[in-house]
Design a protein around this ligand. Structure first.
Ligand SMILES: [Zn+2]
Length: 282
């Protein structure tokens, strides 16, 4: 597809937005030192996400009639089943994000398959659903991961960085391909708002930016998406953005985007399904 080709979106929409949240709970931070219980501070820092921030976030999304996709490690579903069921009850999508936020590029193919199968069983048992999306917890994967994901019933991924439009990832041959809905660090709240003292992660950075500047950055990313008629997704974390002050930043971001009438707000799955049909010949 030419870079200048205008994209087609449903209902004459000019651009699309898939709000997406990684409900890592303590798993993401615990990954830093290899143990979920290696640092009890991490557990409370992360557990705040599903336990406290998520209900606040669900209320805010409902107030602004905005659908969202939650990528959730299956261990978080097992640990906070009621909170995760509420995501589904409120009309949002839940998708795969590892069992305990494993680095997929460090796993063998058999280990990756085991994580996917275990996650599917937990989603079925606690949420009563079969997920179709996947976001790699580690930002990377093996060359054989896309084919494995398709084998496990996954139809789209939101893991890579290769475009600002959805695109196809071939898994062996052109008849087997994933839709990729790429994200970018500019729309990851860890880049601007995350802060942990030890280890300092991401290392060497001032980790709490001005909230005004953060909002301005996010709005400018949306403005560019809108101007060029693209697809934007986010990599936000309830434990980072779902706090009493920051939820207001997120709300202002939504208000700014909703002030444009011709934007299609959809789950990642809806965007992937649309893309697979509309651009099947590309
Ligand atoms: Zn994550």
């Amino acid at each position: 597809m030419l870079s200048s080709t205008p994209l087609r979106w449903p209902g004459q929409a000019r651009a699309s937005v898939a709000m997406a949240f990684d409900l890592d709970g303590p798993t993401g931070a615990a990954m830093l030192d290899g143990s979920l219980w290696g640092k009890p501070e991490y557990f409370t820092f992360g557990g705040y996400g599903p336990y406290r921030a998520l209900p606040r976030l669900l209320d805010m999304l409902e107030a602004h009639r905005t659908p969202a996709t939650f990528f959730v490690p299956a261990w978080v579903v097992e640990t906070w089943p009621r909170q995760c069921q509420a995501i589904v009850e409120r009309g949002h999508e839940v998708a795969y994000h590892g069992y305990q936020h494993e680095s997929f590029f460090t796993l063998t193919l058999a280990q990756q398959r085991a994580v996917m199968e275990r996650s599917a069983a937990i989603f079925k048992r606690h949420l009563g659903l079969v997920a179709s999306g996947f976001r790699t917890p580690s930002g990377d994967w093996h060359a054989d991961t896309p084919a494995l994901l398709l084998d496990c019933g996954v139809t789209y991924s939101s893991s890579m960085r290769g475009d600002d439009r959805p695109y196809f990832i071939d898994a062996g041959d052109a008849s087997r391909r994933l839709v990729e809905i790429p994200g970018r660090w500019e729309l990851d709240d860890y880049a601007s708002l995350a802060y942990t003292r030890a280890p300092d992660y991401p290392a060497g950075l001032d980790r709490i930016a001005s909230y005004d500047q953060t909002l301005d950055n996010w709005c400018r990313e949306f403005d560019g998406t809108y101007r060029e008629g693209l697809c934007m997704t986010t990599l936000l974390h309830p434990k980072i953005s779902g706090k009493p002050g920051r939820i207001g930043v997120l709300e202002e971001f939504l208000v700014h985007m909703h002030s444009h009438a011709d934007v299609w707000f959809a789950t990642c799955n809806d965007i992937a399904r649309f893309w697979a049909q509309e651009y099947a010949d590309d």
